[in-house]
Design a protein. Structure first.
Length: 279
């Protein structure tokens, strides 16, 4: 009978931020698969846990995944941990999870610390809808697409960033969405030097231009003003004549009745007003 894969959330800084269930699972598992065995060893030593460790990280995930799946199929239970926080978020854990499902192996997730949620609650930003982007893509073609999306998204967006790239990333945001968009930058979450800076993008860029970033950072960017975006769109449509606006949709094969309705929606007027004006 196959074993089970346990996704175990570990502290993101303060070693007390771990659940009793995770501690029990780490003790009872046959083996712990860790992103960095040296980092995980510190946690295990703190709680006097003697379970064997094996490495599972970005550079060995393709060769190690079938090995771990084989052990699970043989009946062993494996606890997967990342350096800090919840596995499978911005780390290679998702590869192993998919492989387990493909092999018919049971997977369960033991909730706990996650930097994205911790930072979001500290930010004071709207949290009903938010997007988690992780680290900005390094690909020069993919990055502009992500940055451009920021200008139009109305939900809060959360990013991770390394200290040596923080100022450059903030400057890219500044160029993309403007200096008045509000932002929160959280560092060293749950640790002794935890801090959360709040202000406009321009204010935060000015701050880090004078203060060297140190520590681990989470960026929370306010969403765009939905009303302002709608007004800008209406102004763009209203720059066209009604005939040009209608032709935009008619040329796409839209029926005249539907085109009138869409033009009215675009301009924020009634369909009757569009009909009378065209007549």
């Amino acid at each position: 009978m196959a074993g089970m894969l346990y996704l175990c959330a570990t502290p993101i800084g303060n070693l007390e931020d771990i659940t009793l269930r995770v501690l029990r699972t780490l003790k009872e598992a046959d083996i712990i698969a860790a992103e960095d065995t040296r980092q995980t060893r510190k946690l295990l030593n703190h709680y006097e846990i003697k379970t064997p460790l094996t490495s599972y990280h970005e550079h060995n995930k393709y060769e190690k995944t079938p090995v771990l799946v084989g052990r699970l199929l043989a009946g062993e239970n494996i606890a997967l941990v990342t350096d800090a926080g919840t596995p499978a978020i911005s780390d290679p854990g998702e590869e192993l999870v998919r492989a387990c499902y493909d092999a018919g192996i049971a997977v369960t997730s033991l909730p706990g610390a996650a930097a994205v949620i911790t930072a979001l609650t500290l930010s004071g930003m709207k949290a009903r809808r938010f997007t988690y982007e992780g680290f900005l893509p390094t690909d020069k073609k993919e990055r502009p697409a992500v940055l451009q999306r920021l200008a139009g998204t109305t939900c809060t967006t959360v990013f991770y960033e390394a200290p040596h790239r923080l100022l450059k990333t903030l400057q890219l945001f500044l160029e993309t969405v403007g200096g008045e968009r509000r932002i929160a930058v959280c560092k060293e979450l749950t640790k002794k030097h935890e801090a959360a800076l709040h202000g406009t993008l321009q204010e935060i860029v000015d701050y880090f231009s004078e203060h060297e970033p140190r520590g681990e950072f989470v960026i929370i960017l306010e969403g765009a003003d939905a009303k302002a975006i709608l007004q800008e769109e209406r102004e763009r449509w209203c720059a066209l004549s009604l005939e040009e606006h209608m032709e935009h949709y008619l040329s796409q094969g839209m029926p005249k009745k539907d085109a009138m309705k869409q033009v009215a929606t675009d301009r924020g007027v009634s369909k009757r007003d569009v009909y009378n004006a065209l007549l």
